[in-house]
Design a protein around this ligand. Structure first.
Ligand SMILES: COC[C@@H]1[C@H](c2ccc(C#Cc3ccccc3)cc2)[C@@H]2CN(C(=O)Nc3ccc(OC4CC4)cc3)C[C@@H](O)[C@@H](O)CN12
Length: 292
């Protein structure tokens, strides 16, 4: 039946069967929440119950300065290479950075200070200006900590859960992007014991109450620890994240008093979701539907 023959009135001669009002309609599919969003909600609830505030992570594009230099990550570090990082062609550079702070970051990279030897290389502003897709939410943590250091000191607990981007080979369990979860506490006199304590509190709320810590290295934290949790279901230890204390070479150029410490840890959203929901191929979870 086209619009024409409806208008012409052909339908008057056509035979129609009786309308069956008791015919069942098409079954309505019930929707369901995406597992990643359910676990994200669960993580946010845990942080809020622990008194943490969420950081503003609504910028995927970041400058190399906040993503690396502010974190005391040297400009020749392999992670800053385009094999690991997505740099932007347009807009390729950041124009506005807090100039006095940039100068202190340059100093600490080149010649150290505050008891640090520094790296002893020529730090280049052009390198710091390069825009990229943030490789970790720690870029947001550095922005938040810098802002905090400009005000009279007050202790803070921040968290973030959002997408990060790595220029890496994709396979069954790795995508070029994933969701990072990060928590940090900024206060005077915090110790590694406080970090281990907050990790016990956080992960026990995820059902992991037996933890083990292994010394590790991050450019921006010293000491650093990989975290392992005993999974009662699998009856084995699983790697559940990484953590550490942000270095003085990161905190002091921001302007924090000498006795202020920041403890922080990170994990992903995909791994706990895959474990909690028994999903063994990350493609079933997130990412572009391509059959590899
Ligand atoms: C390149 O991506 C690395 C990613 C991701 C990760 C690792 C480190 C950080 C960090 C950090 C950090 C360190 C210091 C200061 C601030 C942030 C963030 C994400 C997960 C971190 N990992 C991870 O999430 N594992 C995990 C976490 C929770 C969990 O919950 C249980 C079921 C209830 C189960 C597993 C560990 C491994 O999966 C690891 O192989 C993959 N890691």
């Amino acid at each position: 039946l086209t619009r024409e023959n409806l208008q012409k009135g052909d339908w008057k001669e056509m035979q129609f069967k009786e309308y069956n009002f008791s015919a069942k309609g098409l079954p309505v599919e019930g929707g369901c929440l995406h597992p990643l969003l359910k676990v994200r909600q669960q993580m946010q609830m845990i942080f809020l119950q622990m008194g943490f505030e969420e950081m503003p992570t609504n910028n995927f594009v970041e400058s190399s300065f906040w993503n690396f230099d502010a974190l005391f990550q040297p400009q020749q570090h392999p992670a800053r290479d385009s094999h690991d990082t997505f740099f932007l062609r347009e807009p390729s550079t950041t124009k506005t950075l807090p100039e006095d702070y940039v100068e202190r970051v340059k100093q600490i990279h080149e010649s150290g200070g505050h008891g640090s030897r520094g790296y002893g290389y020529d730090w280049k502003r052009e390198e710091a200006n390069k825009n990229l897709l943030r490789t970790h939410t720690t870029a947001v943590s550095s922005r938040m900590l810098y802002a905090l250091a400009q005000k009279p000191f007050e202790a803070k607990k921040y968290y973030s859960v959002d997408r990060v981007f790595r220029n890496e080979a994709v396979d069954r369990t790795h995508l070029a992007e994933f969701h990072q979860i990060e928590g940090l506490i900024c206060d005077r006199g915090l110790t590694l014991g406080d970090l281990q304590g907050v990790l016990y509190d956080f992960f026990s709320r995820l059902g992991m109450s037996k933890l083990r810590f292994k010394p590790a290295y991050n450019p921006y934290t010293e000491p650093s620890m990989e975290i392992f949790g005993y999974h009662e279901g699998f009856k084995k230890w699983v790697e559940i994240g990484n953590s550490g204390m942000f270095r003085p070479e990161m905190l002091l150029p921001m302007g924090f008093p000498e006795d202020v410490r920041v403890i922080a840890w990170g994990l992903s959203l995909e791994r706990p979701t895959m474990i909690l929901y028994g999903i063994d191929n990350i493609r079933d979870l997130f990412g572009h539907k391509v059959d590899l």
